[in-house]
Write a protein that binds this ligand. Structure first.
Ligand code: AMP
Ligand code: MG
Length: 323
């Protein structure tokens, strides 16, 4: 079975084609803001200008007849971006006469991670631009056991980078600076039960910069503090759920220091740590295609009249009837 998936919830515009065994194609055309962060309308404009070309290029490299299902990210995400993607998916589904499946973007990160790593029943730490959640399966649903109370860790890193005059996306730049850090400065450690928050830490880190503290030391202190928070809550979820696997997904999951801290924690409790290849960590069409395929195989499809976008789509809202 072959699935074509379209992703475009925020910065990433991407079309992927997967079979049950492998990623066959992945075409990306990311939106890069000229300055500042992601502007939803500008991103949607970028998506509408490029989606036709991207789909055209994909279809020229496979036989469209071989496609069994068209998947698209139905949410959560930025409304104007989601609408472009949903429209393209509907057109493609009608034109090729193939069924449509609207998928939850967060669940797509998680399922592509399980697929590519072989993790079976992991606690998942999902860390991206807009989201930061600890997710685990309970029966026929995935549940969120902890999450950010304000901004996602990716947005926090991007904001801090912007304050240092660095361009979007800031996460990899903060990671590089942090490697040169020498001194740890204390920042607020904000864990509340199973939840956490980042915006106060960004403000405190900006204050350190204003006071003349080296960028490298601020980046280092910021990563050590926020990643320790994420590691603590992941560990608590694993203890509570008696899980012996941890899966890291989402764009921030590419960060080596975060991987290292989680891996150390897992070793200390005899658990296994998994993370998919970097190309599938950030938002991408292959993960949407894969979840679409999984859902379609298990009897799910989306009628055109039910394909309206869901900017606040929660992972708990998906009925999960697969292993
Ligand atoms: P996503 O929304 O899942 O595509 O993730 C995008 C976010 O990942 C952005 O906020 C990036 O700054 C962040 N990101 C990408 N690579 C890294 C990295 N190596 N370290 C930290 N954050 C990263
Ligand atoms: Mg994402």
């Amino acid at each position: 079975m072959i699935s074509l998936g379209i992703e475009g919830t925020a910065w990433s515009l991407s079309v992927g084609v997967v079979s049950g065994e492998e990623v066959i194609l992945l075409e990306n055309k990311p939106y890069v803001p000229k300055e500042g962060g992601i502007h939803p309308r500008e991103a949607a404009q970028h998506h509408s200008e490029n989606i036709g070309k991207l789909i055209g290029r994909t279809l020229s490299r496979i036989n469209p007849e071989d496609i069994d299902v068209i998947a698209f990210s139905q949410g959560p995400g930025m409304g104007p971006c989601l609408r472009i993607v949903a429209t393209a998916a509907r057109v493609l589904s009608l034109k090729l006469k193939k069924p449509l499946v609207g998928v939850n973007h967060c669940l797509a990160h998680l399922e592509v991670g399980r697929w590519k790593t072989g993790a079976r029943k992991p606690v998942t730490l999902y860390v991206s631009g807009g989201n930061s959640q600890i997710i685990a399966r309970r029966g026929e649903r995935y549940r969120v056991f902890g999450e950010t109370l304000d901004i996602g860790i990716g947005n926090a890193l991007d904001k801090l980078a912007r304050y240092m005059g660095l361009k979007h996306p800031g996460g990899p730049k903060i990671e590089a600076l942090a490697r040169e850090g020498e001194r740890y400065y204390e920042l607020p450690y904000t864990v509340k039960g199973m939840d956490f928050s980042f915006s106060g830490i960004v403000t405190a880190a900006q204050k350190l910069l204003d006071e003349g503290v080296r960028k490298e030391d601020v980046a280092f202190s910021f990563q050590e503090t926020t990643f320790a928070m994420l590691t603590e809550v992941s560990e608590r979820a694993m203890a509570y759920l008696e899980a012996d696997e941890l899966l890291l997904v989402g764009g921030v999951g590419a960060n080596r220091r975060l991987q290292e801290m989680l891996d150390t924690m897992c070793r200390e409790r005899d658990a296994k740590f998994y993370c998919p290849p970097s190309s599938l960590m950030g938002d991408n069409g292959a993960m949407i295609a894969y979840l679409g395929l999984l859902m379609y195989r298990n009897g799910h499809s989306t009628k055109i009249e039910e394909s309206t976008v869901k900017p606040d789509f929660r992972v708990e809202d998906v009925d999960v009837n697969w292993d």
